[in-house]
Design a protein around this ligand. Structure first.
Ligand SMILES: [Zn+2]
Length: 756
């Protein structure tokens, strides 16, 4: 599902300076020198196994026909992968769930006035692209979980359809009340667009792909280049996943045969208004019919016409009706039992379902995962015995609503909370830089893995390439210094948009998300053109970055599965929490300054004086100046966490001098059990305000950003939404979770000190 948001690696402060890249003399984090040597030998063997040609062959097979949830080829793919895993000697099975998955029955978009035009709503066959003609099996262009509806109304252009865009509309004196909003794709997750439109009184919503964002303004359009052609359409889910993802009928529990299900009418995650995605070829006549003000400069796309806000004479008829059917999901689950600690699980996943043929999203990631599994199977035959249990998962139903991973995570919630060490996700892959996102307790760990993987084109470690890019991209001298001097590259916090969501946000399992990309342009996302032809012409055409992803994620799995001491590190976490706290304080300060400034300008008559009397311009409303908030509990918690992290680090250094790890096996076991709970400590079973499914108090997808992350979300969103009392309460809650985390780390440090 994920799109964009690939690379944003900024490096920071200088904590440790022993980061000599690929220094094979230093023991791996969580290993003694002896066990590290053995581990490195196995990893070296492993990294030689994944084959680009195999990935190419698997992709050709898995993307040969459309394979969305409920389609014959979706099931066929699951069974084929199951057979492959078994052929390699792995223990594998398919777990099924039954979920609500709407598919289109009626789709109409027509311009009724001032002229007549009927939208085609169809992506044409391209002669050069051999799978583009499988129309009988393709899911038509639509947004899954749109409400059914039949509306005729004037049209208003709302830019990207974010809350800020509606504030701008108000200043122009334009309302979407009773209108159909037409938004362009981009800048926020698509599901936010109909949600915000409905909150402002719109009766329908159209989302189109402007060539400025992923079409000819970016590069040559497919089939001449990688970018979206005029009739290309981005399908996708518009479910309110920031409320809860997964099957709408079974929130919080696995959608098994006998699960208790909600009535469809009681479901809160389906949009309130009908919505359809369209191509720019279909959008152009509609946009051309708009009158009213010319849009602000930042709202202009790349179509060869003047963009107007509307409304005017343009009247549009929008009709959407879906088949609201229950469809089966096929999750393929592979289990490699651990030899000494079978009750500690390392979980790895990528989805296999697609909107259509889905070569890039998700098969480029699926095939990397398959080659990893084959690699591990080969090592097992050579005598490798992973200490912990490894579970490989190929999820179904990610595209509609993270269905397969969420239902599996909910069905196995108790076991996962007890046993899971970490979850490692990928979701598609491309050419370019390694992007690393995830829990900051794994920041040092994944930096360590990235130092040992070679970039297939530049022949330098992928970590080094990321670091040099961070130096090149730094916007300030401080950022540049950080990129050079900080021991580890900062990893992105995770919002939502792929299968880590249930593990991290709901179950509190430390998670990572990995992908290569950024040098592989693309505008075929969720269209019929995301297929084998496109991928093998315009993305990672030789699958060398596919091999790099297998090597990266597979090495991470092995290193977590074999470590003597679980390789969490808390100094990076503490440092990150500190930056979040700074951001929150600055956010409040900015809001206060902005409100004071705005009220002053209102008093001075600035807005009325500069308004062009020939245009509509409404002064913004006066703002209540935000009160001061008491950040002290968070400041104290952040300081406590920093101290605990340092104590743990010192205790660890003490027991691991001279390349030894002087902790008895029994003590190690107890310590690992403790450390496994460290991410869980950052959650609360009450969850976030108004969305209790989201239990993590440090990371969550934004209620109004969708994929985009909100860190310390309870506090941040309360400030953004001007809920001051709630902000104070949420500061206390986040602080208490961080204090618990600090106490756990302290007790781990104590255990290390006593054990030696
Ligand atoms: Zn995907």
């Amino acid at each position: 599902m994920r799109s964009g948001a690939r690379l944003c690696l900024l490096a920071v402060s200088s904590l440790l300076l022993l980061a000599a890249s690929s220094d094979t003399e230093l023991p791996l984090q969580g290993y003694s020198a002896a066990s590290s040597r053995i581990q490195r030998e196995w990893e070296t063997k492993f990294r030689a196994i994944p084959e680009p040609q195999n990935q190419r062959d698997y992709m050709q097979r898995l993307s040969a026909r459309p394979h969305h949830v409920g389609s014959p080829y979706d099931k066929d793919n699951a069974e084929w992968m199951l057979a492959k895993f078994k052929e390699w000697g792995l223990e594998a099975n398919i777990e099924t769930f039954d979920v609500l998955f709407p598919t289109p029955k009626v789709r109409v978009v027509e311009l009724l006035e001032p002229t007549k035009f009927t939208a085609k709503l169809q992506e044409p066959v391209l002669a050069v692209d051999p799978t583009s003609n499988q129309q009988a099996e393709q899911l038509p262009t639509y947004n899954a979980y749109s409400a059914d509806g039949d509306v005729t109304a004037p049209l208003v252009y709302v830019n990207y359809g974010t809350p800020a865009d509606y504030e701008q509309l108000e200043r122009m004196g334009v309302s979407v009340k009773g209108a159909i909003a037409i938004a362009r794709y981009g800048n926020s997750w698509r599901g936010i667009k109909p949600k915000v439109a409905a909150e402002h009184g719109a009766v329908g919503c159209l989302i189109y792909s402007d060539p400025a964002d992923d079409g000819y303004a970016q590069g040559d359009a497919f089939p001449n280049g990688a970018w979206r052609p005029r009739d290309g359409v981005q399908r996708g889910s518009v479910m309110d996943m920031p409320l809860y993802p997964g099957d709408p009928l079974t929130p919080g529990v696995g959608a098994t045969k006998d699960a208790k299900r909600l009535d469809l009418k009681d479901v809160k995650t389906i949009t309130r208004i009908p919505v359809l995605p369209i191509s720019y070829a279909d959008a152009q006549p509609l946009l051309a019919a708009l009158k009213g003000e010319v849009v602000p400069e930042a709202w202009r796309g790349s179509l060869p016409q003047t963009y107007h806000v509307g409304p005017g004479a343009a009247k549009v008829h929008l009709k959407v009706q879906s088949n609201w059917d229950i469809k089966p999901l096929y999750d393929v689950i592979v289990k490699i039992p651990g030899s000494t600690n079978p009750d500690e699980w390392v979980v790895r996943g990528n989805h296999h379902d697609a909107w259509v043929n889905g070569a890039e999203d998700p098969i480029s990631g699926t095939v990397a995962l398959m080659e990893e599994a084959r690699g591990l199977a080969t090592l097992l035959k050579q005598g490798w015995k992973p200490r912990r249990t490894i579970i490989y998962c190929v999820w179904d139903g990610e595209e509609p609503a993270l269905l397969g991973s969420t239902e599996w995570g909910e069905a196995h919630a108790d076991e996962l909370r007890r046993h899971a060490v970490a979850y490692i996700n990928s979701d598609g892959n491309g050419r370019g830089y390694l992007s690393m996102g995830g829990s900051h307790s794994l920041e040092k760990f994944i930096n360590g893995v990235a130092r040992d993987i070679q970039d297939p084109e530049k022949k330098i470690p992928v970590w080094k390439r990321d670091q040099l890019k961070a130096i090149a991209d730094a916007k300030t001298p401080e950022e540049r210094k950080e990129a050079r001097d900080r021991a580890d590259l900062r990893i992105n916090a995770l919002g939502s948009g792929s299968d880590w969501t249930v593990f991290l946000d709901h179950l509190g399992i430390a998670s990572l998300d990995l992908a290569y990309g950024d040098e592989d342009g693309g505008g075929i996302y969720h269209s019929i053109y995301d297929d084998f032809y496109w991928y093998t012409h315009f993305s990672d055409t030789d699958f060398s970055y596919g091999r790099a992803l297998s090597q990266t994620a597979g090495s991470a799995v092995m290193r977590l599965a074999d470590a003597d001491l679980l390789p969490y590190d808390f100094t990076g976490l503490a440092d990150t929490i500190h930056t979040y706290l700074d951001e929150l304080q600055k956010l409040l300060q900015t809001k206060q300054d902005d409100a004071i400034e705005r009220n002053k300008e209102l008093e001075e008559g600035v807005f009325t004086a500069i308004a062009d009397p020939k245009k509509t311009s409404v002064p913004p409303p006066a703002e209540e100046v935000p009160p001061h908030l008491n950040f002290a509990p968070l400041q104290n918690a952040s300081a406590a966490l920093t101290h605990s992290a340092e104590r743990y680090q010192k205790a660890l250094e003490k027991v691991s001098s001279n390349g030894e790890l002087r902790v008895s096996p029994a003590d190690l076991q107890a310590l690992n059990q403790k450390l496994m709970r460290s991410e869980r400590k950052l959650t609360s079973t009450e969850g976030l305000p108004r969305r209790p499914w989201f239990e993590h108090l440090i990371y969550a997808p934004g209620a109004y950003t969708g994929y985009g992350v909100k860190t310390i979300p309870g506090v941040r969103e309360a400030i953004e939404q001007k809920k001051w009392k709630e902000a104070d309460e949420q500061i206390a809650r986040a602080a208490s979770a961080l204090q618990d985390e600090a106490a756990l780390i302290d007790s781990a440090a104590q255990a290390l000190a006593n054990g030696k």
